[in-house]
Design a binder for this molecule. Sequence first.
Ligand code: PLP
Length: 394
Amino acid sequence: DYKLSRRVNAIKPSPTLAVSQKAAELKAAGKDVIGLGVGEPDFDTPEFIREAAKQAIDEGHTRYTAVDGIPALKQAVCDKFKRDNQLSYTPDQVLISSGGKHSIFNLLTAWLDEGDEVVIPAPYWVSYPDMTLLVGAKPVIVQATIEQEYKITADQLRSAITEKTRLLFLNSPSNPTGMAYSADELKALAEVLRDYPNILIATDDMYEHILWGDEPFVNLPMVAPDLIERTVILSGVSKAYAMTGWRIGYAAGPKAIIAAMKKVQSQSTSNPAAVSQHAALAALEGDQSCIQTMVTEFKKRHDYLVKALHEIPGIQCLPGHGTFYTFPNVTGLMRKAGVDTDVALCERLLEEANVALVPGSAFGTQGYFRLSFATSMDVLEEAVKRIRAFAESL
Ligand code: PLP
């Protein structure tokens, strides 16, 4: 028996990756399992991006780069913020890292001390609480139900804040719910945050472009420019450009915080992979219509799926604003199946219907499951058929 660190014992492996792995194992064992657990686009990285990477290799971009990323990519990130968000950043306010997850990790390591509190709206992306625990800080979960479109209110935020609160996570559009905060909703949160100058806002904009709601994308500093000095934007190329395996994320924020994050990176991973940085540069500078092609397909699947799921007895499913996830309430189905938890329901769906889903409790909210529609329409239709047959058999 090894005595492992308190910090590592406080966390669990990513439940979404675990579901994907379980589905893959069952498939390998010959079972006809449909995996709807994955969080990555089913599209290939667009060709012009792949070509840029090949060219980068041939041109010898195979060595260490600057720790914080190649200057051209940092400038491209600044240009992206100007183009898409009307926000002005200089390259010394930008850090390129090895995926969006890594950007978040650098921020938490640079910003939080033991005992600091982090406000995390639930349903949350699975990694926020565990990453918070890993750096010794304390997650404070705020529940948002389906009735409030899974978005926290200003009053809820105020009640969660204590003198120890140092960070607030916002993720819009949201993994797992697909919901996006409106400008007015963000303004209401900003109003509360103005009363608490010690709180930094981490806005995770990973799904910025995978959006089809009535309102264009907004984040907190876009509607509350006075808070930009207290905000770090976290994003990356993984989802928008189907580049999950390239591992490039980026952060933008106050110079001093970005410098501290860079210091963490310099003593851990050093620069993100050089070839991937050149691919990300091509993605950010190239023709952006590749995003729309994917979003059009995601929206088509979303429209089909939300309607089809909602029609199944025991499932309540709301249309989302973006991402490639939907997060239906399945308490009715749990009741019919005679199970108390969404974990038990998902286990039965896996065993009896051969459909792999991630239980809502993995995202901090009991009574739901997350279904990823980053898979073909044929597969989604078959999955719905199986879930419906399961519901009707109860
Ligand atoms: N933030 C959110 C909300 C995500 O869903 C993900 C990926 O699932 C990430 C960050 C991390 O992305 P990356 O694969 O670039 O680390």
